[in-house]
Design a protein around this ligand. Structure first.
Ligand code: NAD
Length: 351
């Protein structure tokens, strides 16, 4: 028990998993996905302002732990995130995360938040924001290959942001497909459970691959992909972990977040280092072209970049005000006399 209660001067708002879920329900998931997509697009427009660096990854045989930092000069942010495909077999999440925003002016944290739920939301919002620019006009059907933790978020974001009306589900584990179909029931999407990846792609203009396997997997082979589709490739996001056959990449126009990171982690790690790619921020600000013809295959080689997490945390910070969906955390030592840290510790000693 502390003899002196902590000062309340430097309490940091903290959004727990429980409060994040409350906030999502308070705002409404589709409205929140659309809002996140707008925040992410806004930050892509001012891309050049940000500090950018490929994420710092610590790889092991079983997975990866990563730090993803960035700053727009006024606010600094980072996310801690893991990726462990074997985790679900042990009843654990493949991906878990938390993140922080801080004031660049004094370095004090201004928000700490869970980011496991928020990463699923921001990944889906980014996918749909990109598809809004690249998918063929009138796209209304999506193949959803890989029906794990991200699948419902991806489906709902494509519905609310791109007008997708039907999702065609495929997973090697039928229980995962059952779970996704059950969760999406009554949410305004036509949901079709398919018996193969090929079947899931019938009539789909958008193909999302969102599987987890720590290897060069072939979720889409060259002969499976027809002209004119948009591929939203989510699961290939680590060295040695990809989803698409090289032939698919050679037939596609490839769009990326941050090439320096994607060349290490994305599908394009399978291509030569000078293979041309287009950065999404340049499509968004109009300096580069997105889809130019109906027959073109566009591929978003998504790996997830720090600016998307920054945008998501910025959204949370601007939407928790006036709600009780956060706690105040005594995270920072903040003595009345800033040089008397020791005195503060001493005064907190036993009576
Ligand atoms: P998850 O483990 O919950 O789900 C993955 C699903 O893929 C499982 O249901 C599994 O049965 C299925 N699967 C594995 N191999 C398959 C195959 N050959 N064909 C069909 N289905 C197959 O994982 P998750 O949290 O949904 O994440 C999915 C992937 O997305 C992971 O690889 C993760 O690292 C990645 N991810 C990327 C981003 C990004 O920004 N790009 C963000 C979050 C997650």
């Amino acid at each position: 028990m502390l003899a002196v209660p902590p000062s309340d001067k430097a309490l940091v708002p903290f959004v727990s998993v429980e409060n994040m879920m409350r906030l999502v329900h308070h705002i409404g998931i589709e409205r929140m996905l659309a809002g996140l997509a707008d925040y992410i697009e806004e930050d892509f427009r001012r891309w050049e302002l940000f500090d950018k660096v490929p994420r710092v990854a610590s790889h092991s045989a079983e997975g990866v732990i990563e730090l993803m930092p960035t700053s727009d000069g006024e606010v600094y942010g980072f996310k801690y995130v893991n990726g462990h495909p074997k985790n679900t077999r042990e009843g654990l999440q493949t991906v878990t995360a938390f993140g922080l925003l801080a004031d660049v002016g004094n370095g004090y944290p201004v928000l700490l938040s869970e980011m496991t739920v928020l990463t699923a939301l921001r990944t889906a919002a980014t996918s749909a924001m990109v598809a809004r620019h690249l998918a063929p006009r009138g796209a209304d059907t999506m193949a959803m290959i890989g029906n794990g933790a991200q699948a419902e978020f991806q489906s709902l974001a494509m519905k609310s942001i791109c007008g997708v009306e039907a999702v065609r589900l495929w997973d090697i584990d039928p229980a995962a497909t059952q779970k996704t179909a059950r969760n999406l029931a009554g949410m305004g999407l036509e949901v079709v459970k398919c018996a193969s990846a090929e079947e899931s792609m019938e009539g789909a203009q958008i193909i999302t691959t969102c599987t987890a396997d720590k290897q060069y997997a072939t979720i889409l082979s060259d002969n499976m992909v027809g002209a004119g589709v948009h591929i939203n490739a989510i699961g290939g996001d680590c060295p040695g972990k990809t989803e698409l056959a090289p032939g698919v990449l050679h037939r596609s126009d490839i769009f990326v977040e941050y090439p320096e990171q994607t060349r290490i982690e994305g599908e394009i790690q399978q291509l030569s280092p000078d293979h041309p790619v287009t950065q999404m921020w340049e499509v968004i600000n109009g300096t580069k072209q997105g889809r130019t013809s109906a027959g073109q295959i566009t591929l978003f080689d998504s790996v997830g970049f720090a600016i998307e997490d920054f945008s998501a945390l910025r959204y949370i910070r601007e939407h928790i005000g006036g709600t009780d969906h956060y706690q105040e955390l005594d995270l920072l030592a903040d003595p009345d006399d800033p040089r008397d840290l020791f005195g503060m510790l001493q005064r907190a000693g036993p009576d």
